[in-house]
Design a binder for this molecule. Structure first.
Ligand code: ADP
Length: 487
């Protein structure tokens, strides 16, 4: 068994090149942590316009010749750029006609590009052609989410014919996003038509890329332990629960870590005052400055409640909107929201903002600096998700002494313990309804207002928790070692 593994991560997003959600954070951190453990880990991502711009800033080196990737009878010329990120190679597959666009998956968050099947078929095939191009054969190809769902079947069916000993791991970051396309797109996959059946890549008459990845990978993981059980149930499986149950023998959950350097209140360049568990005074400054920045009243002892999230049904923002008004009117809380997504939710937030000037603030769009300032300056962080594959922001919050209030599901259940246990780091509730949510919010605001010592003890417990990728990456290493072939 090789001591040092060669691992190629294939993903659609990666910090600092391109990000719409937690996938980018994971791919930005896990391969780097594997590298710190001595492995030869690399990443390949699509050359979206923004990713190429970011790569150019970081001195990208372009390979002398492009690769030619055939998809559905059309040859695509794919340039290979390489950026060294702290000594780890990140490869960027540039194909202007497919990726040089403003959007990532579509012209806006609510619409997809019509040629996504072709775009991600070219990317998946390109990723598998890359080892031959580089003269570097990985032990493991680790593909992430539906965009790379063709990687395991193409590898298993010998695409390119150059990676016979390479094994695949496929990670599901969110089973609700499956990459479904009409059956005519089957001809773009490079797979035989005979695989278009319910045991393989077909799901209710459509091509389903997430299913393709699950069925053909040597190992499948979810991004938290609990989510691996949940996705096998109808409530959380989004129609793929029978498939995941059927492949349960190779399914496991590894709860994500966070980038402890990027999210560190002692050295965060985005926040106005640094702080630590030893001295929380800087957190007070962060709160006041955040209130000033947002035009919120500063002459109050109210709990500053924050949300940083995609604004989608999954995240339970509708519950927040329904529940908060009485607490705001009673002067017990202020609400600050940063997010983008569903326009109807944005309109409702806007109306709430208009009704409670000085007590509610909302910023629509993606804003990395503001996300840090809100996590640092907030008292309570809300995440009443209907389901949550892992969730990262609750861990960021705990690291910054901001208590998370979460629904008990998925990675939220894995990472947050309720203060009612006496050793908790936040608050959690079960059924997703207004009654249960309001009662846990009431409990959290009560602890904040009347039991500051207990509040601070929970803050300190959260800040002391080790959420580092260094710990988590050893679990991936064991998984890889279980399937890797000797050189
Ligand atoms: P998901 O992947 O479902 O969106 P996660 O909690 O796993 O949820 O990851 C979300 C990531 O995106 C976090 O890093 C969070 O800070 C960030 N994020 C979400 N919305 C915004 C926003 N509007 N501006 C800046 N960062 C955001």
């Amino acid at each position: 068994m090789p001591k040092h593994l060669r691992v190629l991560h294939v993903a659609s997003e990666m910090v600092p090149f391109i990000k719409t959600g937690g996938l980018a954070d994971v791919v930005g951190a896990l391969p780097a942590a594997l590298k710190r453990r001595g492995h030869d880990a690399r990443v390949v991502i699509p050359g979206y316009r923004k990713a190429v711009q970011e790569a150019q800033k970081r001195g990208v080196q372009w390979g002398p010749t492009p690769m030619t990737i055939e998809v559905g009878g059309v040859d695509h010329s794919v340039g290979v750029g390489t950026v060294q990120l702290d000594g780890m190679p990140v490869h960027i597959l540039a194909c202007n006609e497919l990726f040089d666009r403003d959007g990532i998956y579509g012209p806006n968050p609510s619409n997809d590009y019509d040629d996504n099947a072709r775009r991600f078929a070219v990317f998946s095939k390109g990723a598998l052609a890359l080892p031959g191009y580089l003269g570097w054969n990985p032990h493991i190809v680790h593909a992430h989410d539906w965009q790379t769902g063709l990687v395991p079947p193409l590898l298993e069916r010998g695409y390119g014919g150059v990676l016979p000993a390479t094994r695949s791991v496929f990670s599901i970051h969110n089973v609700a996003y499956q990459g479904t396309f009409w059956h005519f797109d089957m001809k773009l996959t490079g797979l035989d038509w005979s695989l278009f059946n319910p045991m393989h890549v077909e799901h209710y008459g459509k091509l389903n890329l997430l299913k393709a990845g699950i069925v053909f990978a040597d190992r499948v993981t979810t991004v938290s332990r609990r989510y691996a059980d949940e996705v096998q149930m109808p409530e959380f499986g989004y129609g793929l629960d029978p498939v995941l149950k059927g492949h349960g023998y190779k399914l496991s959950g590894i709860t994500n870590g966070i980038d402890m350097k990027e999210w560190n209140p002692e050295a965060d360049p985005h926040i106005p005052a640094k702080f630590s568990a030893k001295d929380l005074s800087g957190k007070k400054t962060c709160k006041r400055k955040l209130q000033e920045e947002m035009g919120l009243a500063t002459d109050t002892d109210a709990c500053l409640v924050v949300v940083v999230s995609r604004l989608v049904e999954q995240k339970g923002i509708d519950l927040v909107l329904e529940a908060v008004s009485p607490y705001i009117l009673a002067g017990r809380m202020q609400l600050a929201v940063l997010g983008s997504g569903d326009l109807a939710l944005e309109h409702r937030l806007h109306a709430l903002h208009a009704r409670h000037p000085g007590w509610v603030y909302a910023w629509y769009g993606h804003n990395e600096g503001l996300a840090h300032r809100m996590v640092a300056g907030g008292d309570l962080f809300l995440m009443p998700s209907r389901y949550e594959p892992c969730g990262l922001t609750q861990m960021y919050s705990m690291r910054y002494g901001t208590l998370p209030l979460v629904r008990f599901c998925g990675g939220l259940a894995d990472t947050v313990t309720d203060v009612a246990t006496g050793t908790g780091t936040g608050f959690s509730f079960g059924p997703v309804d207004l009654g249960h949510f309001s009662s846990v919010l009431d409990r959290a605001l009560g602890l904040y207002q009347f039991f500051p010592k207990e509040w601070q003890a929970a803050q300190l417990r959260g800040m002391a928790t080790d959420f580092s990728w260094d710990r988590v990456s050893s679990e991936y290493e064991s998984l890889y070692r279980g399937i890797a072939c000797a050189d």
